[in-house]
Design a protein around this ligand. Sequence first.
Ligand SMILES: Cc1cc2nc3c(=O)[nH]c(=O)nc-3n(C[C@H](O)[C@H](O)[C@H](O)COP(=O)(O)OP(=O)(O)OC[C@H]3O[C@@H](n4cnc5c(N)ncnc54)[C@H](O)[C@@H]3O)c2cc1C
Length: 475
Amino acid sequence: MAQNYDVVILGGGTGGYVAAIRAAQLGLKTAIVERERLGGTCLHKGCIPSKALLRSAEVYRMANKTASEFGVEITGVTLQFNKVQARKQAIVEQLSQGVNTLMKKGKIDVYEGTGRILGPSIFSPMPGTISVEMRNGEENEMLVPTNVVIATGSKPRGMAGLTVDGKYVMNSDHALQMEALPTSLLIVGGGVIGIEWASMLCDFGVAVTVIEYGPTILPAEDADIVKEVTKQLENRGVRIVTNARLNTDSFKIENDNVYISAKLQDNEERFEAQKLLLCVGREANIHGIGIENTDIEIDNGFIQVRDSYQTKESHMYAIGDVIGGLQLAHVASHEGLCAIEHIATGKVAPLNVLQVPKCVYSFPEVASIGLTESAARENGHVLKIGKFPFKAIGKALVNGESDGFVKIIADEKTDDILGIHMVGPHVTDLIGEASLAKLLDATPWEISQAIHPHPSLNEVLVESALAVDKRAIHF
Ligand SMILES: Cc1cc2nc3c(=O)[nH]c(=O)nc-3n(C[C@H](O)[C@H](O)[C@H](O)COP(=O)(O)OP(=O)(O)OC[C@H]3O[C@@H](n4cnc5c(N)ncnc54)[C@H](O)[C@@H]3O)c2cc1C
């Protein structure tokens, strides 16, 4: 039997389930369709499990290397990777339970199955009826919504000529499920995901080589920050090879090892490791969801939307990774909220990408918001820049982690903050303050006038804000 809804959300990842909660809060009769598990990539194959592994790697590094600097001698440190994985999974399961509870609390109907958009049919003269092939084998459900939100997310991108078998050639989904660590690993792709894995596996004692096609790792980050991360990773033993064009025809598996060549700037090199991890981006889940039954437009593999997140079919919205742009969990959930506000009120304040914080949870951590220095210059701004190192922050020294710095880029004439870039301890938390400052359109001086506790890492923001006008106190 067909069920009618105000909103049906296709895909229960971070974007989809947050949208469902807001829709229910606004009194809309809401259903969500999920083919795997609510929480999607972020909870099951992305943000949370990768950060849980990174945290174990950090503890291992500290026990092995830095604890003695604190006067704490630890002997016989061993890594029990099965426990590392079990801890990660327990966190995922706890949060997963939480999402299920939120659905019940919001009285949101959850359909566990694969949804597909139908064209005009006996159920509705407009496209948008969702047919759900139920996971438990029960008869298909038909959901007839007034509005649809497509939130089907993304999956790891492959590379022509390389077969991802999950054993020798992995993507991040496979890597998260590894039962044992390899002794050596080639990571193809020096973007955020590749660098997080490089940092984590290096801490776990794996010999890591990052092979990057472009001239630098983390191409979206400010050049000064990239330089610092590269230096710190290399100091810890990660080999970073840039401007490398892989020859996938040369790929071989021999004696339980993988071999692949790459053309570098001046020569060709043959790389060898136990496994290869492909981190070359993510493609939108647009296949098999019935797009062909609609007028929805696709460009470059992503669903096209307006500022309101409406597709060309104005009662069908799309949000999150499936529309491309910044493929981040907090972007997906924000877009989900915007789409629902638009459904409920006809109004929306579109997401401003310059106000979105971006983080890399490697060691060192990286966090940024707004324009890089080169983008700001290209946009014609005359700049004033304040930089402040963590080594002049007392709390960083107390914590024993004082490498890195904060860089604030402001417009010389208007005093507007154009970008804040951080590399160093806990910057993925510190960036929250920068995000608030950007939202409230604060000037560097206003940041410096907020009283910050001492000693705290947050003082780095005060000092770098003061440094914009050459007024830093402690450096
Ligand atoms: C290793 C890794 C680490 C990451 N770390 C971070 C991080 O630290 N911070 C951050 O902000 N982002 C991170 N991301 C990115 C983040 O996970 C995504 O941006 C986010 O999950 C996107 O949310 P979404 O709702 O758009 O899609 P998804 O989370 O991908 O959810 C889409 C859901 O739709 C379901 N679905 C698809 N098709 C159908 C269908 N036909 N019927 C029913 N259900 C369907 C899928 O099963 C999935 O559950 C990471 C990603 C990876 C891979």
